[in-house]
Design a protein around this ligand. Structure first.
Ligand code: 3HC
Length: 695
């Protein structure tokens, strides 16, 4: 084997040149890779002793795309276009040999090969849309020429990965190779192509499928309409659609130009910057500076859950979904039966929607053992307490757990706000205690706040992060403080919204601005969904707050058909004159002069306190890095992905401007608008949150 450069080898097997890329971890198309490929194809093309070329990758995967870390930097080395042209115009047939994932630019390289062979476990996809981009190396022009424009539309706007068998059926792959024997199979395939004198097939020349849709704009209109809700606010899906339209309506080279134009537009825009940031943030969130990857972990083969309410049941589903048996404990048989019924109902609904079979429902239900005896969980590896949010109740449970649990078991609490150090203090093993804050509905929401208390041990943290990954969550490690990270920041937004309300801006105006910003719903729509009576006690209510008054009128949210809003039978909200009347009463009572804040002010006054609270959280070391806060906000609170998260949003706005706007509001609106020390310091030194690391 001859080295072309540090990441590319070229060897001959009989009459076949084999180009092998080896650029861990994912063979991304860095400058070195592109240089290596360009040189290798030139050399292989000129080698008179071979008559075909195989392109294969070493390591865990075929090329997983362009090197995202190079985006935005000065271009270096051979361009991807040059590499692709040398493959497509090769005088010898080129066979792409795919294992792992051929994604983005990786699939676009494979699409320039004349033929493709893959192992059954391989996957292909164009996931650029998740980075706020579109396939910018001909993918939008070549893919529809193979799979047809309709399928291509779906693939580029969803970014989904297609299994090799499906790729074979769609014509994206020509032959499946036996698992583990890709190299031999690809060489044999190359020999067959030569022996059978098959043509140098260029995808770009195959126009039949795209031409079939020419003059049918209604197909695209229908696709846009059907997906409008899903694509709301995002720029990339629309640009992807436009590219597929270009593939249908324009000659190949013109289509390529349109693809390039739209790609460049997205690449230089703020949305892609936010989504690329998110890509790396989602990977960094797992890294804990003082808990290295080789920290020993505690095997978790069984889980106990205390409480079969909505939370407990949802948490249980996460574990049984990945085959980990759960014992679920309740105080009464009745509560237990009710909880199990809800879990079953959830599974049956999924089965009805075709997500799995009834047999799988039964398999999952069989993995949950309900009991009313706490002692039954004594031998589990991990227990998660998910009962009432009352300190005395939690302390009582942890005292009992301390007495019965086997040594070394992890003692988790799902508290969303209580002090975990205080909970841990009733045990003789505070190092085993950790917060595992799931979000409701726990079987659906992606976020898990893993809360590290003062004495939590590193193996307990490492195990909790690993188990979160196993059950498909995205976990962020946070510290103990009221509301932890997510709810603490949410409380800041809530205070800001209350101030707006009490100065004459109506709930629906606040919600509309937040919705238009990209949140799935605003503060008050969310309150109506959750129920206004969370923590409200009828007997103690004295009409002292707007919420008290609404609850007293049985306006307790969506479940009673009215709350902040009025709801029709389809749960469509309309502004409520009753709510408005009550708010105005409170404003008058407080002696405030009502003033409707303009939209840009509403937005600033909601977002700035969130950013400020985030800065305080970082300074107090309750989150490891700013991007972890952003991940929490995207995965748990619906912060629009195309805006990155509150901290990234602040960085993009410029911290000096953030501080200036806060100072503008602080005299009237108080402490939440006084720039936190860290924010002021970063702004003064021209830095960004994303560059800040704890000393
Ligand atoms: N560029 C740079 N780094 C990348 C990368 C890429 N395309 N893909 C993955 N990495 C890095 C990750 O950041 C991570 O680094 P770390 O170990 O330092 O944190 C490492 O590779 C391993 O990645 P994962 O942790 O994600 O590994 P998994 O095995 O879980 O997943 C994968 C592998 C499915 C390939 C996943 O990494 C992935 O989806 N990658 C991105 C694929 C993608 O978006 N491709 C399109 C790129 S844009 C493009 O091609 C534009 C073109 O059209 C012009």
């Amino acid at each position: 084997m001859a080295a072309i450069n540090a990441v590319t080898d070229l060897s001959n097997v009989g009459k076949v040149s084999v180009i092998t890329l080896n650029s861990p971890p994912v063979n991304a198309l860095s400058a070195d890779v592109r240089d290596g490929l360009a040189a290798a194809f030139k050399q292989a093309g000129a080698d008179a002793s071979t008559n075909a070329i195989v392109l294969i990758c070493a390591g865990r995967t075929f090329i997983a795309g362009a090197d995202i870390s190079e985006f935005g930097k000065a271009p270096r080395g051979a361009s991807l276009f040059e590499v692709q042209t040398s493959i497509e115009n090769s005088p010898k047939p080129v066979i792409g040999a795919i294992h792992g994932t051929a994604l983005g630019g990786g699939l676009e390289v494979a699409l320039c090969c004349h033929y493709r062979v893959a192992v059954p476990s391989a996957k292909c996809g164009l996931p650029e849309v998740h980075l706020g981009l579109l396939p910018g190396a001909g993918g939008t022009q070549r893919l529809p020429r193979i799979v047809g424009p309709e399928k291509a539309l779906e693939m580029v706007t969803s970014g989904s990965h297609m299994g090799a068998k499906q790729c074979l059926a769609m014509g994206l792959v020509d032959e499946l190779a036996e698992e583990g024997k890709l190299r031999e199979a690809a060489i044999a395939f190359a020999e067959k192509v030569v022996a059978e004198k098959r043509p140098l097939r260029k995808v770009r020349d195959s126009n039949e499928k795209v031409e079939a849709l020419r003059g049918k704009p209604e197909v695209f209109a229908a696709f846009r309409k059907a997906n409008a809700r899903k694509f709301r606010g995002f720029m990339a899906p629309e640009s992807n659609i436009k590219c597929i339209e270009a593939a249908v309506n324009l000659p190949f080279d013109e289509g390529l130009k349109e693809e390039r134009r739209l790609f460049t537009e997205l690449m230089s825009g703020p949305q892609s910057a936010a989504q690329r940031y998110t890509f790396f943030a989602e990977r960094e969130v797992w890294k804990i500076p003082d808990v290295p990857a080789d920290t020993p972990q505690i095997p978790v083969n069984t889980v106990g859950i205390i409480g079969a309410g909505t939370m407990g049941g949802g948490i249980a589903m996460n574990f049984v979904n990945v085959g980990i048996p759960v014992i679920i404990v309740e105080t009464t048989q009745e509560a237990l039966d009710r909880g199990m019924k809800v879990v079953r109902g959830n599974y049956e609904r999924s089965a009805k929607n075709g997500r799995f079979t009834m047999e799988q429902v039964e398999q999952r239900m069989a993995l949950i053992k309900p009991t009313t005896k706490l002692e039954d969980i004594a031998q589990v590896d991990l227990v998660i307490e998910a009962v009432f949010e009352r300190m005395e109740v939690k302390k009582e449970i942890f005292t009992k757990l301390d007495a019965i649990m086997k040594p070394g078991a992890i003692l988790g609490t799902n508290t969303s706000a209580l002090n975990i150090d205080e909970i841990a203090s009733v045990t003789k093993r505070p190092h085993d205690v950790i917060g595992l804050h799931f979000f409701s509905p726990a079987n659906v929401m992606r976020l898990l706040e893993v809360v590290r208390a003062d004495h939590t041990s590193k193996p307990v943290i490492a195990t909790s992060m690993a188990i979160a990954k196993k059950i498909g969550k995205i976990a962020a490690l946070v510290g103990v403080c009221p509301g932890f990270v997510g709810n603490r920041i949410l409380a800041a937004r809530r205070r800001a919204a209350e101030q707006l309300l009490m100065s004459g801006t109506m709930p629906w105006d606040i919600d509309r601005v937040l919705y238009d910003f990209g949140f799935p719903m605003g503060v008050y729509a969310m309150s109506d969904l959750a129920g206004l009576d969370l923590g409200w006690v009828k007997a103690e209510s004295k009409g002292l707050t707007i919420r008290d008054r609404l609850c007293e009128l049985d306006r307790r949210g969506q479940k009673t058909g009215k709350g902040w809003y009025d709801y029709d039978e389809n749960r469509n909200p309309t502004p409520s004159p009753v709510t408005e009347g009550i708010i105005k009463e409170f404003i008058t009572k407080a002696g405030n002069t009502p003033r409707q804040a303009p939209d840009d002010e509403i937005l600033e006054r909601c977002l700035l306190p969130m950013i400020n609270e985030g800065a305080k959280i970082l300074a107090e070391r309750k989150a490891i890095r700013a991007s972890d806060i952003d991940i929490i906000y995207q995965a748990g609170y619906g912060f629009p992905a195309y805006r990155g998260g509150p901290m990234f949003y602040a960085d993009q706005m410029g911290l000096d401007k953030v501080v200036a706007r806060m100072k503008h509001y602080a005299p009237q609106w108080g402490a939440d608008f006084e720039p936190a020390a860290l924010l002021a310091e970063l702004a003064a030194s021209g830095k960004r949150f994303q560059d800040w690391r704890a000393a």
